[in-house]
Design a protein around this ligand. Structure first.
Ligand code: PEP
Length: 256
């Protein structure tokens, strides 16, 4: 099937890596490597780096965002951060429901749903992650897990609000492991996610929602992973930490 007319997105997720100095240096190095690249380039950086990196990337084609936020607008929540603070620091988007948040910090779909709504209210584009564990896959539950996570995490969003949402399919067992599903299975999962969105909202909403793949993406597999019609981009963890490697993924079309 031919690619739909959705842009290609390449996201980097730095997780808990990089001081302010290292983050700014990365962006300085990345800008000339990707200034003529066609994908939309998004970097999810640590909270401390959002402001300096946003300033460094201001005139570039790189969009800066965050990796998490609280679901409240403000309050007595020691150590937490609000969407308004992220926005004020220069973030344009926020990753929500990443498997590390779901599994290491016990975030459930109801909390992720509240965060998604708060992010939209605060003017941040939510990037909502879904994905099955290996056990769930082996028990044949992948579709059921994806349907539940999508449906509950996005519950109550209007068609207009869905226009802001990006979905990322990230099988938990493929994150940081060097393992991943075969491309046919990734394609099936993406097509299924789009069907869930069409059933819950409309075909127009489903076709307008970018769906990224994440899990052990490398420069060597980016081109193959981006071939299926329903894969609109990549969410890259480990391979986004070095500017030259990340640039190769962004430039997947011209890389050998
Ligand atoms: C991620 O952090 O979302 C991720 C997919 O990590 P990695 O690319 O290292 O598997």
């Amino acid at each position: 099937m031919a690619k739909a007319k959705r842009p290609v997105f390449i996201f980097g997720n730095w997780k808990m890596h990089k001081t302010i100095d290292a983050a700014v240096q990365f962006v300085k190095d990345l800008i000339p490597l990707v200034e003529n690249s066609s994908p939309q380039i998004y970097l999810a950086v640590p909270f401390t780096a959002i402001k300096p990196v946003s300033e460094e990337a201001k005139e570039s084609n790189i969009v800066i965002g965050a990796q998490n936020m609280n679901d409240a607008s403000e309050g007595a929540f020691t150590g937490e951060i609000a969407g308004e603070m992220l926005k004020n620091a220069g973030a344009k988007f926020v990753i929500l429901g990443h498997s590390e948040r779901r599994h290491l910090f016990n975030e459930d779909n109801a909390l992720i749903n509240r965060k998604v709504k708060r992010a939209i209210e605060d003017g941040l584009q939510p990037v909502v992650c879904v994905g099955e564990t290996l056990e769930e896959r082996e028990e044949g539950k992948t579709d059921a897990v994806l349907e539940e996570q999508l449906s509950m995490s996005l519950e109550g969003l209007t068609k207009e609000q869905m226009g802001d949402v990006i979905v990322a399919y990230e099988p938990v067992w493929a994150i940081g492991t060097g393992k991943r599903p075969v491309v046919e299975d990734i394609e099936k999962a993406h097509t299924f996610c789009r069907e869930v969105l069409a059933k819950k909202w409309t075909k127009g909403v489903a076709n307008g929602t970018p769906i990224l793949y994440g899990g052990s993406v490398k420069p060597e597999n980016a081109k193959e992973l981006l071939k299926p019609a329903d894969v609109d981009g990549l969410l890259v963890g480990g391979a986004s930490l070095e500017s030259e490697i990340f640039a190769k993924i962004v430039n997947y079309q011209t890389e050998k």
